[in-house]
Design a protein around this ligand. Structure first.
Ligand SMILES: [Zn+2]
Length: 466
């Protein structure tokens, strides 16, 4: 007699339920560094099969409690529905939430909204991932004295299960305010994506050389998050292991950022991105990733001589100085700060046959072109291995990272090659190996305006360094 679903044991039914919910296929965190601009994977539909299975009989309804659910808040009405109509069991089952409520121009109290929002989040006791593209609290640009920067964190840990937080709001002021409001309320937070763009008006004495009145250093924005955490948890270290940072100022020295993040002693993964203004394929102005510095490798009798430069200094200095700065991060495992690597030759251009090229030479032209690229890439990878080795010798905990190369397509479009490296055992010796094939990243993909709008609503304008 064939068995029916209800004949199966509770254990097997729970197993079936686990795979009926597609949440298990999505990593946690589901977001990456700022140059990754994949669409959000938070999708309330992931659990529809699970919930349908749950609705088939009383036994399954009892066994398969609502869990690993996704939710999206798209407007303020959604918030009201979640307060009034959604069952408590469902609230308790939400694992991932995206808040994407556009800013409102209505005369509303942001204090009321903030308390409503934090109260709703407090009801989501299983919430592990929170992504915020827009949160409707912003009053900047309205000549309005009510400011998110003045909001206070409620006196409870209202994000008790949160491990992953991505703040992607466009307003620079709110992007700076939200980590200070949310991180202290999340005692288990391990992965944080934030912008350090901060557009608080400064004293005249603090103005930067370029006359930009609305920037403060990225390191200060990071330190402010740490200070907010310590006010709430004076005895505990922040548990953050992963930091995806978008810097406020491309010309800022990475050293001040690294000094600031050393307040997070459990930090293992550090990705730092800077952005600059450029034009998209359709000639629109976009904010695309920009390098934070260049490592210049020139051949020397002992291998490669390494010099480092970023645009806040006018001179090059020996690269060895840089890894020494990293030594204040004793647990650092992964490091990508978008350093460009350049060797003493440019990437060879592809060679094409012309109408004057004898057909008999076509094959050898192709071979020459391919060989030149192989030689170039072997030398580039060798230089990158030397750089990675210099870093791992200074910071033994470091196990992987990436270097960047700027290159151009046939149509003169700039693209980025991202070369990852990893420490592996070769002939019994641990050493960094650079990948064979880089990841190709277009400017359009690596473009967003997270935290990039000024208080007047305009996008911060910064020319590209490279
Ligand atoms: Zn704002």
């Amino acid at each position: 007699m064939p068995k029916q679903l209800v004949d199966l044991s509770d254990e097997v039914l729970l197993h079936i339920g686990h795979f009926a919910n597609r949440d298990h296929t999505i990593p946690l965190p589901s977001f990456g560094p700022h140059w990754e601009n994949y669409p959000s994977e938070i999708d309330p539909g992931v659990a529809s099969d699970y919930m349908a299975l749950r609705g088939t009989c009383r036994r399954l309804c009892r066994l398969l409690v609502p869990k690993n659910l996704h939710a999206r808040l798209r407007n303020w009405d959604d918030v009201e529905v979640w307060f009034t109509e959604v069952p408590t069991s469902v609230l308790k089952g939400v694992k991932r939430l995206e808040i994407n409520i556009p800013r409102s121009h209505a005369e509303e109290l942001i204090v009321t909204k903030w308390h409503t929002m934090s109260a709703l989040l407090a009801n989501l006791i299983s919430l592990e991932e929170l992504i915020i593209p827009s949160i409707a609290l912003c009053r900047h640009g309205n000549l309005d004295s009510r400011d998110t920067i003045n909001l206070k964190v409620p006196a409870t840990d209202f994000l008790p299960s949160l491990t992953s937080l991505s703040i992607q709001v466009k307003c620079g002021n709110c992007a700076a305010a939200l980590p200070r409001l949310l991180v202290p309320a999340a005692p288990r937070l391990r992965h944080l994506r934030m912008c350090t763009n901060q557009t608080i008006e400064e004293d005249e004495d603090d103005l930067h050389d370029d006359g930009d009145q609305s920037s403060v250093k990225s390191g200060e924005a990071i330190t402010a998050v740490y200070t907010a955490w310590k006010e709430r948890h004076p005895l505990d270290k922040p548990p953050i292991e992963t930091l995806y940072l978008r810097l406020a100022r491309k010309e800022e020295s990475c050293a001040s950022v690294i000094e600031a993040v050393s307040d997070f002693p459990k930090l293992r993964n550090l990705h730092v991105s800077a952005f600059g203004l450029t034009r998209s394929r359709s000639n629109d102005k976009i904010h695309a990733i920009n390098t934070l510095g260049a490592i210049i490798a020139t051949p020397s009798p002992t291998g490669w001589e390494l010099k480092f430069s970023n645009s806040d200094i006018s001179d090059y200095y020996p690269f060895e100085v840089y890894p020494a700065i990293l030594q204040c991060l004793p647990n650092l495992t992964t490091f990508d700060s978008m350093f460009l690597v350049e060797i003493d030759q440019p990437r060879p251009c592809a060679t094409y046959a012309t109408q004057e090229t004898p057909r008999s030479l076509g094959a050898s032209l192709r071979r020459l072109s391919a060989n030149a690229t192989v030689v170039y890439e072997d030398r580039l990878r060798d230089a990158m291995s030397t750089i990675a080795r210099t870093m791992t010798q200074a910071v033994p905990s470091l196990k992987n990272g990436a270097f960047w190369e700027a290159t151009w397509t046939e149509g003169k479009r700039m693209i980025w090659n991202r070369w990852t490296w990893e420490v592996e055992k070769v002939d019994g010796v641990m050493k960094p190996l650079v990948c064979e094939t880089p990841e190709c990243i277009s400017r359009e993909f690596a473009s967003n305006i997270d935290g990039a709008t000024l208080s007047d609503g305009y996008i911060r304008l910064q020319p590209m360094f490279h």
